[in-house]
Ligand binder design. Structure first.
Ligand code: ADP
Ligand code: CP
Length: 314
């Protein structure tokens, strides 16, 4: 039986300390190599989705640095599509190379631009919560607020401040039939990057909106759509912790839905970073009865060998 795994790549799988294209491409090459043991000789097919928070925020800043009349900044939905294309292209190069090197050149890697439906009345439009772009210290934030007083910033898990934008919940995929049909042993789809381009329904179709969808929520929905056996959320930490970053922090290994919901009620997981991952994992487990795992790329080998990482089970 083929095991189907939806892999959601977090920011650090793509962007490390160096935001140059070259460094991000190299990071993705390393990521692709680390994912190969998952599929090689294991009768596993993977479907990859990825974040775009750092890249879409950086792209907006880059655009604001030019003459706005001659070269206007693109709206956020277009910037999401641009980063889907950007990261999709890098992933295409990286995964093709890794597959070929490991004797799986018959697999075609296929990144696609896709749209994700959101509700135009989602309250998230009034309450920006999705961190994008670089981290700032307090003085950097104050400096930016002089030019962009309408921007909102939040402190992000002890790592500094980041701009936040609206992040409505994904309600479905416009291209759902094509996405489901793409999954096979000879295609490695890179889909719904950056959560998908956010669109709302209009009388005659769909219209892009100013938002960035959380890729962990869209990953959970996507995993349900393609009937994945596993949802694997890869981020910078090997495990989810309670009392994170405190002296008595404790890593979670196998954790039931009841236990994890209890930790959510205690406020153990930071909004905009770990909370959406945990909530996305819960959604997948509740909907499918399968387990979901949150771990790091570096821990992948141990995950394969022993199932290590934080595994949320029914
Ligand atoms: N309770 C927690 N346990 C583990 N990590 C947490 C916790 N709360 C916040 N975090 C932070 O959340 C980060 C993952 O979120 P984020 O960086 O937004 O993800 P992504 O990898 O998708 O970009 C971790 O690297 C860690 O710094
Ligand atoms: N769109 C999104 O959730 O991106 P990150 O995972 O990079 O924050």
């Amino acid at each position: 039986m083929v095991r189907r795994i939806l892999v959601a790549l977090g920011g650090n799988a793509i962007l490390t300390d160096d935001p140059t294209a070259k460094a991000q491409q190299l990071a993705l090459e390393k990521t692709a190599e680390l994912l190969i043991p998952l599929i090689k000789d294991n009768n596993v097919e993977i479907i990859v989705t990825h974040g775009n928070g750092p890249q879409v925020g950086n792209l907006l800043l880059q655009q604001l640095a030019t003459d706005s009349k001659k070269n206007p900044a693109m709206p956020l939905d277009t910037a999401v599509a641009m980063t889907q294309g950007q990261i999709g292209y890098w992933a295409l190069q990286a995964f093709t190379k890794a597959l070929k090197k490991n004797g799986m050149g018959q697999v075609d890697v296929l990144p696609v631009i896709t749209r994700t439906l959101v509700d135009k009345n989602d309250p998230a439009f009034e309450k920006p919560s999705k961190p994008i772009g670089p981290f700032y210290d307090k003085s950097g934030v104050n400096e930016l607020l002089k030019t962009y007083p309408e921007w909102t910033f939040v402190e992000d898990s002890g790592r500094g401040y980041r701009r936040v934008v609206p992040s409505p919940k994904p309600k479905g995929f416009i291209e759902s039939k094509a996405l489901a049909a793409m999954v096979s042993m000879t295609v490695l789809p890179i889909i719904s990057g950056g959560g998908g381009v956010p669109v709302v329904q209009t009388e005659d179709g769909y219209e892009g909106v100013e938002a960035v969808i959380d890729k962990d929520f869209s990953a959970a929905r996507l995993a349900e759509l393609i009937e994945a056996d596993d949802l694997l959320i890869l981020t910078a930490v090997d495990n989810v912790y309670v009392n994170f970053n405190k002296l008595d922090q404790q890593k979670l290994e196998i954790v039931t839905m009841a236990e994890i919901n209890n930790y959510i009620e205690q406020g153990q997981f930071a909004a905009g970073s770990m909370l959406p991952k945990v909530q996305a994992a819960i959604e997948f487990v509740a909907c499918t009865g399968h387990a979901a795992t949150i771990t790091s790329l570096d821990n992948l080998a141990s995950f394969l060998a022993t199932g290590s990482g934080t595994r949320i089970v029914p």
